[in-house]
Design a protein around this ligand. Structure first.
Ligand SMILES: *[C@@H]1O[C@H](CO)[C@@H](O)[C@H](O)[C@H]1NC(C)=O
Ligand SMILES: *[C@@H]1O[C@H](CO)[C@@H](O)[C@H](O)[C@H]1NC(C)=O
Ligand SMILES: *[C@@H]1O[C@H](CO)[C@@H](O)[C@H](O)[C@H]1NC(C)=O
Ligand SMILES: *[C@@H]1O[C@H](CO)[C@@H](O)[C@H](O)[C@H]1NC(C)=O
Length: 445
């Protein structure tokens, strides 16, 4: 979005929030004024919302609105903007053309299942900033972040500078008997103009909860940006978008899911992410005890490499269904927030008393005690996914827990919308790589 447009939008949002009368269809809500810290958000650091929003903007190369850039510099411990934090090491290892990794998937001998399926826990980091799952690479088990919005499997490892390894679980290729360097191959993934990782590539046996791929491309970071270094809970990403987004050169490699798909009983992985509770990722099985009713399926458009679908309608609370002509969205487990079109965000927060576009933190905030309406968004014209209002209260921006940062924030007008973890907490989502579709149903509460 151009900065002029952005300014107009910000002013429009503020004006709307100040001026919007409560429509007749909306119930009047009582408003708590006690200034007690909300125990629900205990332990979340002020600034987490700003950081999550900045991360989403960067990942999808959206220009930062001016207020957000300032808020980020101001936020204590904010993600640094400088690029790769360290000198790349091990560069120049091997200049021969790489061979393609000949990956094969098998049922795990020692895993939890013997039918080729895999299931692992997905544990939220404090504040649901991200979800971490155990992945076994060459026999070494490491917690990683599963990301349906990218396609590289990269890991912290012993080739990184000691300072970057500190506090992390680092994969050691030298003690893996199955690791093989993929000669001449390298990767460089950038989540915008700042955070990212780069390094060498090998192949190894990767086991996710019993679903196993031998010769999976495993990317060994030799340089990672500071935000990854600081986040010692996560030791890398498992990309689960389409393989066409994989950054390995000179020969692109396949994702774990693409390699595993042929041997999975059904060509599906599912995300069951919970608010402040342990959920699961599952490969090759749909666990119908995890959702209510049946899944509604919709085709995805994989041209962009994302799990992308049209999203042309929305409704706030019990209000009328409204149109968003041409709206497109992706389902992204690796993004914390829900980034929607400004028109949805305007309509939504016009129903929240005290909601403001807060320049100090670079996004919409509201009193933590505000009652938030649910938001329903169209998934491919077949299904309206309801996102619980409670989950749109993301995190306090002040130590007292008085003002909260919204889990729903605005992206670029008319741009791609990113339905991240805020949406997943309300919906069970199945990703079908057999017919390129997505299935959703409300979580079993
Ligand atoms: C994709 O496959 C699933 C079964 O795995 C099926 O239920 C669904 O209808 C299919 N979706 C589309 C859009 O064809
Ligand atoms: C699929 O997405 C691509 C790019 O994201 C777009 O150009 C194309 O029109 C879309 N196709 C359909 C059928 O919507
Ligand atoms: C904006 O955010 C700050 C926290 O940085 C908070 O103290 C302030 O009350 C917020 N402003 C409004 C109008 O909510
Ligand atoms: C399942 O859905 C039905 C109908 O939408 C609803 O009445 C019921 O409360 C839901 N059950 C659970 C456990 O969420």
């Amino acid at each position: 979005m151009h900065s002029l447009l952005q300014t107009v939008f910000l002013l429009a949002l503020v004006a709307m929030v100040l001026a919007a009368p409560a429509p007749a269809s909306m119930k009047k809500r009582s408003f708590k004024v006690e200034r007690v810290p909300n125990p629900k958000f205990k332990g979340r650091s002020p600034g987490a919302g700003t950081r999550a929003l900045v991360k989403a903007y960067r990942k999808f190369l959206m220009p930062l609105p001016p207020g957000l850039a300032d808020a980020m510099s101001a936020a204590q411990g904010a993600t640094k903007i400088e690029g790769v934090a360290e000198k790349e090491q091990g560069k120049g290892k091997g200049h021969k053309p790489s061979s393609v990794a000949a990956a094969t998937a098998t049922a795990s001998a020692g895993g939890a299942s013997n039918d080729g399926t895999g299931v692992v826990t997905a544990t939220p980091e404090q504040g649901d900033v991200e979800y971490l799952s155990p992945v076994t690479i060459g026999g070494q088990t490491i917690n990683m972040d599963f990301d349906s919005g990218s396609s590289d499997l990269w890991v912290f490892n012993t080739e990184l500078a000691a300072g970057s390894q500190a506090g992390h679980s680092n994969f050691n290729p030298e003690t893996s008997t199955t690791f093989q360097l993929l000669q001449g191959a390298s990767f460089e993934i950038s989540y915008g103009d700042g955070s990212g990782a780069a390094g060498n590539v090998g192949t190894d046996t990767v086991n996710i909860g019993g679903a196993t791929v031998t010769n999976q491309a495993v990317e060994l970071a030799t340089a990672v940006s500071s935000s990854f270094v600081q986040d010692t809970q996560s030791n890398g990403l498992v990309g689960l978008a389409f393989s066409k987004l994989n950054t390995i050169k000179p020969v692109q490699q396949k994702t774990f899911f693409d390699n595993a798909i042929a041997t999975l009983p059904i060509p599906v992985f599912t995300a069951d992410l919970r608010h402040a509770a342990v959920g699961a990722y599952e490969f090759g099985n749909i666990d119908s005890t995890k959702f209510n009713g049946s899944l509604s399926w919709t085709d995805v458009n994989a041209t962009s490499g994302f799990w992308q679908f049209s999203s042309q309608q929305f409704a706030v609370g019990t209000g009328p269904t409204m149109n968003l002509a041409g709206g497109q969205a992706i389902a992204d487990t690796g993004t914390t927030l829900m980034i929607a079109d400004p028109s949805i965000v305007n309509a939504y927060y016009s129903q929240v008393q005290g909601a403001v576009n807060n320049e100090t933190v670079g996004g919409v905030t509201f009193p933590c005690a505000a009652q938030l309406p649910d938001l329903a968004v169209d998934i491919g014209g077949n299904y309206m996914a309801t996102v619980r209002g409670d989950d749109i209260n993301f995190s306090p921006v002040d130590a007292a827990g008085t003002t909260c940062f919204g889990g729903l924030q605005a992206g670029t007008a008319g741009g791609l919308q990113i339905y991240g973890d805020i949406m997943f907490k309300s919906q069970f989502v199945a990703f079908n790589g057999g017919n390129n579709s997505i299935g959703m149903a409300p979580h079993q509460s």
